[in-house]
Design a binder for this molecule. Sequence first.
Ligand code: CUA
Length: 165
Amino acid sequence: MFTVLALALIPATRYYQIDQPLLRLFRGAGAVDPLALHLEGEFVENNLGTEQGADGSVTVRMIAQQYLFVPHCILVPAGVPVHLRITSADAVHALAFNGTDYNVKVLPGTISEAQLRFANPGEFKTVCREFCGAGHYAMRSALKVVPREQFPVLQAGERGNCAVQ
Ligand code: CUA
């Protein structure tokens, strides 16, 4: 059992040793520091979750990390454009919503963007589809799509999540 665990951890440790310095070297403008996500910039904690635009569309900001997605449950209104912005705090992950074709690769040091739209209310399991280490298969969270009129009206600067529903 220990051997299996040790083998599973190799990709994760390898990333820290080799890939991260390389990424630092080559990353350009608009990049984010995976080690400072919680300290500064777009992905600080109170900026995560769903933000409502004046046109009714929403922007969702998330972090993928071993082995969870933050926030753990995303709330969005049905039938509006959803702009997803997500980055990784460590390894390479892939965010997918079961039952949809959406599959977003998430890399440390860069922001992955995707335009999503969920026509109908419902609940989707969000899963990681890129092997990212020992806890990969437990990297699960949720996306809740509510009717547009049930989505809370957010104040400027406020972020929505499943808890405020
Ligand atoms: Cu994250 Cu697999």
